[in-house]
Ligand binder design. Sequence first.
Ligand code: ADP
Length: 631
Amino acid sequence: MSMRPAGMGRGMRNFLTEEEKENAPKVTKELLARVFSWLKPYWKQFVLTLICILISSVLSILPSVLTGEIIDQGLYGRNLEVLIRLILLSLLVTFLSNLIGVAEAFLNAWIAQHITFDMRNEMFRHLESMSQRFFTTNNQGDIVTRMTSDVDGVKRVITDTFSSILSNSITLIVAMVAMFQRNWILAILGIIIVPLFAIPTRRAGKTRWSLTKEAQECNDQINGILNETLSVSGQTLVKLFCKEEEEYKKYEEANRKMIDLNIRESMAGRWFRVIISTVSSIGPMLLYLVGGILMMKYDSDLTVGDITVLVTLLSRMYGPVNQLLNIQVDWIRSMALFTRIFEYLDMEPEIKNPPHPIIPDKATGAVRFDHVGFYYEYPHHILKNVSFELKAGHSVAIVGPSGSGKSTMINLIPRLYDATGGVVYFDETDVKRLDLTWLRSNIGIVTQDTYLFNGTIRENLLYAKPDAKERELIDACEKANIYDFIQTQPDGLDTMVGNRGLKLSGGEKQRISIARVLLKNPALMIFDEATSALDSISEQKIQAAIDPLIESRTSILIAHRLSTILAADEILVLKDGKIVERGQHADLVRKGGVYTELYETQFGAAVNAGDGQNEEGRVAGWNASYTEGED
Ligand code: ADP
């Protein structure tokens, strides 16, 4: 899993690193069958490609062979007519070979694009089916890499590796046959010479590659710095901590390292190449020498044309031999790429629809926790033996210190995670037995960090109900107490909310998300109240928005404000994953336990804001110190 994408493309290596060798996948029949199963829908195009490769490879060798005829029959034979005919033929063959090459390239690209298209779609669909845990534990960057770089790698495998194996082998075979036809001694000499000169060039790549790799790491580092410091929140942090100079220095240093590496990289292997190219010209010279000796001393029937053909063919062989020598490397790398992708596709979603899902006729939103336990990682229990019942039409407020497990608790209801002990019931049915889509479509959650897409308010609202009429949208906004605000905007409902809704205040965002969930109209409403400080006006507006949410509906409120708590029928006090107190506000305050403590430190703000005009509020007269955003 830890292998980096098979660094193909830029600075392609022609050898395997230790890491790659260690992680080289076992190429089994199953793996191959699976790789080729992607090709199956396009087998007709594939066969056509093969034919094109075959014809163009044969044709590409032909001009070299014709050179011999041009020299012997045309030039030595002093036959102008034959000369012109041969020249024209040679030109025509070259043209045809290239023409077929175009068709081959098109087919190749077409197949590769279609396969990666299928692959991307399947991966996206699969990723969507993955559970919450997958996204919280996996790095988002890794997920994106698989979707982009790895799949691109596969595209290159198809366009480069597969077709290069084919066309190179065919070119080599045709060239060798042509050489043997001319003269077997020179042909054997050629076959010995080519690999001798092809192998050393492979070495030159090694130095270059290690530099390329270093440069890539440096580049990653630079990207990291850019992403971190130039993001909105990163910049805010930098500014507030006055780290501009420090960040600049870090960036400058990485940047300097990068140019140094780039210069070294572009110079690497230049000297080596000088030697190599000198040495490789020895090959043709040897052929001339041996050919000449055969002609002069041994009375061979070799002609000047033959020797020229042999030399031309020899030089045509270097490329294919070199590439074929790399095939093992390419092959392993390609298989590693496929294996990585298959690994992702094979990951079982943790939470799946049950085999025979139950779809009740109507949802009331009733919830019951029966001795529920939960851990993200064993044995770190987050919820312990939690039991409570929320009857249809009622509401419950969950309060507790930060990290006590409130959000975790509500995540179990729409099965973002599954309880590890006990049973969660929705409408008196174990959630694990309900149809997942049905379950989730009957639950509406307004979270703390409201997620709005970068689009208009309207688009964000329609996400909940694509066919909602204008009147419905306005109704929902009015109920959520956001319509007044929308009307003050020049574009009204078509106002852009900015990246993740950044153009709106926290309160506005939350009210829009309340309107969105009202449009969804779920049986159970879960409201995770923002802990961040809101001014009293915003708070009153939110409160006014929550009221219609809960008055006619089964609802769970993760509450931080007194006003919200008071709206609920029952209060559950959660601490360290356990329900430690439950009941009505007045009784809980009188108890002097965890709730009282919370009340005095947190909910007091509501009193400050003049929002908690209630009996207890006046009686208690606590210390109204407000702790800002606990999370
Ligand atoms: P609350 O909502 O009461 O603030 P949470 O339910 O968010 O509490 O978190 C309860 C505990 O679970 C915390 O200790 C938190 O660190 C941990 N936790 C929350 N989410 C995850 C996660 N995805 N993986 C591991 N631990 C988590």
